[in-house]
Design a protein around this ligand. Structure first.
Ligand SMILES: NC(=O)c1ccc[n+]([C@@H]2O[C@H](COP(=O)([O-])OP(=O)(O)OC[C@H]3O[C@@H](n4cnc5c(N)ncnc54)[C@H](O)[C@@H]3O)[C@@H](O)[C@H]2O)c1
Length: 633
């Protein structure tokens, strides 16, 4: 067995390396503790990618949920595989300048100490392994900005007679420069990786990257600029260019080209090497050149504005000189230039983004529909009557219609998580469950809604109509005893109601086969309305993911199952009217719900005040399409 050990295996580069080396026949041991979620929040979690690796690579991939700073655990892992480890690819890192300044200690220990623990473990247990470290061009700090640059029509360029005219080589000084704290922690690791080569003879290579990108890059405003730029063009999302006239130049390397370079190094590793690694003169562009290419490829015009203030420490011109690597590995060459990278990003994401674009356009013409923007979540300003009309119409026509009743907790889940915001904003009908959401609609948009639309009451009213019109329903979710009681109580209240089927939650994720079978059972039952009671936000995820495959309205109705089954009492009417139902529920289930109400309610009020006073822009289109299904069941 030949093992490739990859740290940061669930990240952008780590996961692509894992797939590549598994396909070459190696056993891949991936180390990743999803610390990216701790750095940047739920939205940035790489857990989905870990699951994808486990599912797609099967036995070739073994995941270890370890922190690279845990020296003992890392040592133990290396001892377990010993000399079978032939390659170590170290990509785990804290990758942001801004975050590093917020918590310098964590940044340094992850980037520098973490690297130390891997170097030591390699030296002890797998000294013959090739060790690849994904360093960064930020080790040179802002020195590149002191090169003799001049402004051309679409880009900054270097004096053609300068020694770096073909690209910046590894001999650029790393001293007397502003690195940022992130640059320092990466540089500390970089020189230690080199030193373990020179001093101990380990086969180490530092790859100093600039813009590493590819179709799997979840580009955001601050990171992954090509992917984000293309996404904005496709989805008609406004883009801001910061400083330098938009003429700042970056070289860009496709992840496939980078991994090919890793493979070349592993086949003939050298000792204590350092390489600048990027698209070089073959693959580089300025911001405005990249915008032109995006527009040409998509046929769309990007809506962009310019801000004079550049980002601190931003390079004005960076093009790597990769000739040292090419000299050592002449078989390697770049396949992708900037247009090819952008085309690949476009081809592999267009459909996903295009539906996001629908939301963007929707948000701009939102006043024409019932959808209104509440903290970036599109909530429909409707009453029971119009909600029921739409649902019944879809049910009778055998059409899909995804519906959720959102209270404060549901809205805040979308505010906090861009992927979930995307799901919510792609539901067909989001009704204002909870008085605070109704108040928000009225205060923000003057909708003059007199009543909210709660999940339990909506369910009960719909069951009444369904019974009268012979529309069969399906009940999905909750515990078997709740479902049993719910069935019998609904039948007692609405004797004509046809309950075509019911199925309790498995309280876990379903495999794709299980999901398909669930959908098939619901379809075969003949149900024309599906009620889902999996709890928020799982039931909204369910509605979103089954929306395209069930030809019925799907209603995510929260606590309605428990309430109608008699497992949860309704709040007294007076409390409901006064917007105090949350207090009643908190009283019932303080342990489970205290965070939801005592933390999220004030947060909701704070955000609402910001939106009301126009101090913050809440853009429904600023959402990330989920990369993978969650398949709750
Ligand atoms: N993406 C770029 O444009 C770029 C540019 C230059 C350098 N780099 C470097 O390349 C490497 C990979 O970049 P990426 O974009 O794939 O990053 P990424 O953030 O997508 O992946 C890094 C992974 O490391 C994991 N991780 C972080 N701290 C950890 C810890 N203490 N223990 C275990 N796992 C941990 C994270 O959970 C994440 O999944 C990084 O070292 C980065 O500094 C990236």
């Amino acid at each position: 067995m030949s093992v490739v050990l990859i740290t940061g295996a669930a990240g952008l580069i780590g996961s692509e390396a894992a797939t590549h080396f598994a396909q070459l026949g190696y056993t891949v041991v991936g180390v990743d503790n999803d610390m990216r979620k701790q750095f940047f929040g739920d939205e940035a979690s790489t857990a989905w990618n870990r699951e994808t690796l486990e599912r797609t690579l099967g036995a070739s991939y073994r995941h270890r949920n370890l922190d690279i700073r845990d020296t003992q655990a890392i040592d133990k892992l290396f001892a377990e595989y010993g000399a079978a480890i032939t390659v170590v690819i170290h990509t785990a890192a804290q990758p942001s300048h801004d975050w590093a300044a917020l918590d310098p200690f964590t940044d340094f220990t992850v980037n520098a100490n973490g690297t130390m623990s891997l170097l030591e473990a390699t030296r002890k247990h797998a000294p013959k392994a090739a060790f690849i470290y994904t360093s960064t061009n930020k080790v040179y700090g802002d020195t590149p900005n002191r090169l003799p640059l001049h402004e051309e029509k679409t880009r900054w360029e270097i004096d053609p007679s300068h020694k770096y005219a073909g690209g910046i080589a590894e001999d650029m000084s790393v001293d007397h420069t502003l690195h940022s704290l992130f640059g320092c922690s990466k540089l500390a690791a970089d020189v230690m990786v080199q030193e373990y080569g020179r001093y101990f003879g380990l086969q180490t290579g530092c790859f100093r990257g600039g813009c590493l990108t590819g179709p799997n890059h979840s580009g955001t405003k601050l990171h992954g600029f090509l992917a984000y730029l293309m996404k904005c063009t496709v989805t008609h999302t406004p883009y801001t260019v910061f400083g330098y006239g938009g003429k700042q130049v970056r070289d860009n390397i496709h992840s496939a080209d980078l991994i090919a370079a890793f493979e070349a190094f592993c086949r003939a590793p050298r000792v204590g090497e350092v390489y600048n690694m990027g698209g070089g003169r073959f693959s580089n562009c300025s911001m405005i050149e990249a915008i032109d290419i995006c527009e040409e490829l998509t046929g769309d015009e990007l809506e962009w504005t310019y801000s004079e203030t550049n980002r601190i420490g931003d390079h004005i011109w960076w093009v790597s000189d990769t000739s040292r690597f090419e000299e050592h590995y002449p078989e390697w060459h770049l396949e992708y230039d900037v247009p090819a990278i952008l085309k690949d990003i476009l081809d592999r994401n267009r459909d996903r983004w295009h539906s996001a674009g629908v939301v963007d356009r929707l948000s701009s013409c939102v006043m024409a529909s019932t959808k209104r923007n509440v903290l970036g979540i599109l909530v429909d300003a409707v009453d029971y009557e119009s909600a029921i009309d739409r649902i019944v119409e879809a049910a009778e026509a055998g059409k899909s219609l995804t519906v959720s009743a959102l209270a404060v907790h549901g809205v805040m889940t979308g505010v906090a998580d861009a992927s979930h915001r995307y799901r919510l904003n792609h539901l067909d009908l989001v009704v204002p469950d909870g008085q605070p959401v109704r108040y928000a609609l009225n205060w923000l948009h003057g909708t003059r809604l007199k009543d909210r639309v709660t999940g339990p009451i909506l369910m009960s009213k719909l069951c009444k109509v369904a019974a009268a019109r012979g529309i069969p329903i399906f009940l999905y979710g909750s515990r078997p005893e709740v479902l049993e009681a719910l069935r019998s109580r609904l039948c007692a209240r609405f004797p004509e109601l046809i309950i075509a089927g019911s199925e309790p939650s498995k309280f876990r994720r379903l495999s794709p086969e299980e999901k398909a079978a669930t959908a098939e059972r619901i379809r075969n039952s003949g149900a024309r309305i599906t009620f889902v009671g999996l709890g928020c936000p799982r039931q909204e995820v369910w509605a979103y993911e089954y929306g395209g495959i069930l030809p019925t309205p799907i209603l995510a109705v929260g606590a309605a199952f428990d309430m109608h089954a008699g497992f949860l009492p309704f709040a007294p009417m007076l409390m409901q009217d006064a917007g105090l139902e949350w207090l009643h529920r908190l009283w019932q289930e303080p342990r489970r719900l205290w965070r939801r109400y005592l933390y999220l309610n004030p947060l909701f009020v704070g955000h609402l005040a910001l939106q009301l006073m126009r101090l913050r822009r809440y853009d429904p289109g600023d959402a990330t399409a989920p990369v993978q299904e969650l398949s709750y069941g």
